[in-house]
Design a protein around this ligand. Structure first.
Ligand code: MTE
Ligand code: MO
Length: 204
């Protein structure tokens, strides 16, 4: 099918099968978000990560506590709905699945998760999507601490979904027994957000 967004010169530099439909590869690392960049001068005092909802009891991690959890490093591709993709990005953090071992047990009713960020930004995901090996609570990019504009001190990373689901400046994880739309999802973006099926908008 003719795709007006795919330019010929970009097609040639794209490794086959790595770039979802309607996306182009960039070497840059664009910064994209709604609102302003939160500035932390002392994360030990100004930041924590809270979990609540469908789990045995709520949990809270200070920065120090979170950084004591076991980490992994992964290399993956990321895809923004504004059509840039970046290949072979390297992230370090705590895998979501590992994180679940360090919080009180989820209730069997827990099926959906809302990532809560600074300034009210939210992103919703089914729990089973977050259980993939490549889903991280990430705090390093390319071997370095996340920069403020890319989500310091912690962001979600869900490479298999459009990048708006990868909430920066993460502060909370809410476990739910039903789905509830996040920030962009409420504005008409796709709830499923699979770049390979080009699910950009709710009616795609
Ligand atoms: N808290 C928060 N996280 C966010 C956003 C946002 O507006 N606020 N934007 C999302 C979107 S649309 C994209 S493409 C990525 C961009 O991440 P980057 O700036 O590190 O490239 O962050 C996502 N996470
Ligand atoms: Mo995005």
């Amino acid at each position: 099918m003719f795709n007006p967004f795919k330019r010929k010169d970009q097609t040639q530099s794209e490794p086959e099968g790595r770039v979802p439909p309607g996306q182009y590869v960039t070497e840059k690392f664009p910064v994209l978000h709604y609102g302003t960049v939160p500035q932390y001068t002392n994360v030990d005092e100004q930041w924590d990560l809270r979990c609540w909802g469908e789990l045995a009891e709520p949990a809270r991690f200070s920065f120090r506590e979170f950084r004591a959890l076991p980490t992994v490093t992964i290399k993956t591709d990321i895809h923004c709905v504004t059509r840039w993709s970046k290949l072979d990005t390297v992230w370090e953090g705590v895998s979501f699945r590992e994180f679940l071992r360090h919080i009180p047990p989820l209730k069997p009713s827990a099926r959906f998760v809302i990532a809560h960020s600074e300034q009210g930004y939210t992103a919703n995901l089914p729990l089973d999507v977050l259980l993939d090996d490549d889903v991280l609570l990430a705090y390093k990019y390319d071997g370095q601490e996340l920069t403020p504009e890319h989500g310091y001190p912690l962001r979600l990373l869900v490479p298999k979904k459009y990048f708006w689901k990868s909430a920066k400046w993460l502060r909370g994880l809410e476990f739910l027994d039903h789905d509830r739309l996040g920030f962009w999802e409420r504005y008409g973006y796709s709830n499923n957000a699979d770049p390979w099926r080009e699910e950009r908008y709710a009616d795609d």
